[in-house]
Design a protein around this ligand. Structure first.
Ligand SMILES: [Fe+2]
Ligand SMILES: [Fe+2]
Length: 305
């Protein structure tokens, strides 16, 4: 299959993002103060972003148990980040494989790959210092991730990328601003927010520009697969091993079915699903699937019924 070269507006966006990367990039081993101990003096994520928040299991915990639980959740979240960044780097590298070096996005995509390498190194350091098991996403998600890495391309890849980046971005933004949260966790979140803003900007521009150029068959395949991919990304936010390790009876089931957690996923995916509605990936035929997978609200925004 011939390479899809970057259209002019996307190339212009990529060169602005290269300039932004030159102005602001971080080294996780010098720009984070790792000497501060990860003790349980503060939460590691804002409580409202913890999957168990507001459940019966949450109400049964003491404040100290909730803080320790948040440390395990941040380690699991960092692990989900590493899992997804690995997939993402595969997808970006496969995109790069097809591009000549004078394509307008070539240099930018190499920078994005390097950014993700540093993020995974930063998340790995957080996990190694957290005093928790090095959680990994479930075997099922790892198998699905392998499948995605080799079968996805084009706008569908960037929809998957944007799903993970949007979900992490909203919780990272809340984390970096929250004074209840441990300073190391806040700094890690801040670095991720600043560098991911470029990635999301590129992914949105790519999807909006390249989607209309696809054949009807390519669009149909991406429309069918997209909601299941986004569901897989969202599922990685709740790791059953956290609840097993902490001995929280029924914790995994309560977290998965927590209405606050489910509403949060729909809310935090809002910018992505709004874009997908604008370009027609979510339409009157596919919307019931997105709804059944609990990725969009029951009624589309602005609908009369
Ligand atoms: Fe990242
Ligand atoms: Fe990214």
């Amino acid at each position: 299959m011939a390479a899809t070269l970057s259209p002019p507006a996307l190339a212009a966006k990529a060169s602005r993002l290269v300039a932004a990367s030159e102005r602001q990039s971080f080294d996780p081993f010098t720009d984070v103060d790792w000497s501060v101990p990860l003790d349980d003096s503060a939460y590691y994520l804002p409580p409202e972003f913890l999957p168990l928040y507001g459940t019966a299991a949450w109400h049964a915990m003491s404040e100290q148990e909730r803080i320790a639980y948040s440390r395990h959740e941040v380690a699991a979240l960092c692990s989900a980040g590493i899992w997804f960044e690995n997939i993402l780097m595969h997808l970006v590298l496969r995109h790069l494989y097809d591009l000549p070096a004078d394509d307008g996005s070539h240099r930018y995509l190499l920078i994005e790959t390097a950014d993700e390498c540093r993020h995974s190194a930063m998340f790995g350091e957080m996990i190694r210092r957290a005093g928790t098991p090095a959680y990994q996403v479930t075997p099922l998600l790892r198998r699905l991730g392998n499948f995605l890495k080799v079968t996805s391309r084009g706008p569908e890849s960037y929809i998957a990328i944007l799903a993970a980046e949007e979900l992490l971005d909203i919780s990272n933004r809340a984390t970096m601003k929250d004074e209840r949260v441990h300073p190391t966790s806040r700094r890690v979140a801040q670095i991720h927010v600043l560098e991911e803003a470029r990635h999301m900007s590129f992914a949105r521009a790519y999807i909006a520009e390249v989607w209309p150029t696809l054949s009807r068959f390519q669009r149909l395949m991406a429309m069918i697969r997209a909601p299941f991919i986004v569901r897989g990304v969202a599922d990685a936010l709740v790791n059953p091993q956290v609840y097993e390790t902490l001995g929280i009876d029924d914790g995994y089931r309560q977290a998965k079915s927590n209405p606050l957690h489910r509403d949060r996923i729909v809310r935090d995916l809002g910018r992505l699903t709004g874009l997908l509605e604008d370009i027609g990936v979510i339409n009157r035929f596919t919307r019931p699937v997105w709804r059944a997978l609990r990725l969009v609200a029951p009624t589309p925004p602005g609908a009369s019924s």
